[in-house]
Design a protein around this ligand. Sequence first.
Ligand code: CS2
Length: 504
Amino acid sequence: MTSDSLKKTILNQQTLADLPSHIDRPTYDRSQLKAGIVHIGVGGFHRAHQAVYCNELLKNPGSEQWAVCGIGLLENNRGLRDILVKQDYLYSLVVRHPNGQIDNKVIGSMIDFIFAPDNKQIVIDKLVHSDTKIVSLTITEGGYNVHPATGELDVENSDVVHDITHPNDPKTAFGYIAAALKVRKDQGMKAFTVQSCDNIQHNGAVTRKMLLSFTALQDAKHPDRELSQWIAEHVQFPNAMVDRITPVTTKADIDYVAQNFGLTDEWPITCESFSQWVIEDNFSDGRPNWDNVGAQFVPDVTPFEKMKIRLLNAGHSVLGLLGSIHGYATIDETISDKDFAKYLRAFMDLEVTPLLDELEGIDLNQYKDTLIERFANPNIKDSLARICSESSAKLPKFLIATINENLAVNRDCSLAVLVIATWCLYSDKQVNQAQSQLDIQDAMQTELAEYAHKTATDPLAFLKLSSLFGDLINQPAFSLLYNDAIKSLYAQNSNIKNIMHNTL
Ligand code: CS2
């Protein structure tokens, strides 16, 4: 195939017109757009969520300033850059409803992508550019460099140390943001908003705290900077609850697009039809009217975040860990087993719901029913490996917080305890009940395994990982249940379903 005919088969600006008519595509003139948003961390979730809200908004006249420029910080973003450049930053989105309906879309809100490691100054200039009003982030928990035990900035992280010492040669998201804000401050420009779109409770407040600590350390090393105070006064960090289940793209997704779009997209995104974005309305220099395309602005996002993290994300982890040991591979497969569905619903009703505040306009029972329908979506093959990945960053917030709150009011938490004990077995043996190897990805995997391996001689050994479990080991109301759960799980011929049944 000649390079010209190859170009014709790739999704890009030129081939947009060749798409079958049923495919939703940008109806706006992409050449007229400005990147009011610079987004760091262009993974699947960003491309299924914020970029899609922007795509819908851009269909309304008068929103031209709210397109997105993506930034990739990580070495493995080089490939993404190459794909996006070939595709003129267009990509396909396949939205799969629980009833089998599929919405096929091409998203056009991204108009540029910069691979940061090769283009540091270009990234800083982009952040300083007067078109840039919002710098948004999906850099995962790890990108915020929060020390798990102290909740403060992890000043031992080598990239953080580097960026504190070399403010003009950044590597981290905070390094870039600080470098750009310094220029804006010196030039008397307005600050941009720093908007976290990561699934972290109080994501804005966490970002603010970490960025202020980071810049204070830079200021201490380079006394003429005086940036931290300026940021504290001028930069807004809206908190937000973000939600859309976005599984990892598979070869089947790429093949689906090739067949149904008639064009090649090397990295399409598949996601569920549900989407939610609840944002606190404080921005430094204007914001898009995302509320015209389904987002919600509220004065306080706290109860929304808590409901989502404690029900959806914890629910995922419950199914993920128990289902992995049983031998299931995906969330829909796990929840279609009525024993798992029953266990999950009991966990949500008995151990989570009593801790949640009433939310005007939200019926918690309906929210849980919808969650179960979303998890059961047979068209979303969300792997348990993705759900269980980085459990050490997730479970303290998703599940251990719930356990602690229940212990504080003497409420039973046996259903959650079994999940923690199962996490120990999972980290220790790393195989399922049929002895097949599990695919485990966790930044703390070595430590998790090291503590879990001692369980045979010391049943509570895993709990000694105090950066995750705090002092749960010293609370008999927890440790007695945990001890029993470990005994059952480690007994010969143990079967997770029987143990779940006995725990209910
Ligand atoms: C999942 C989330 O990673 C996880 O554990 O629970 O990625 C979940 O799919 C999203 O938060 C949905 O909004």
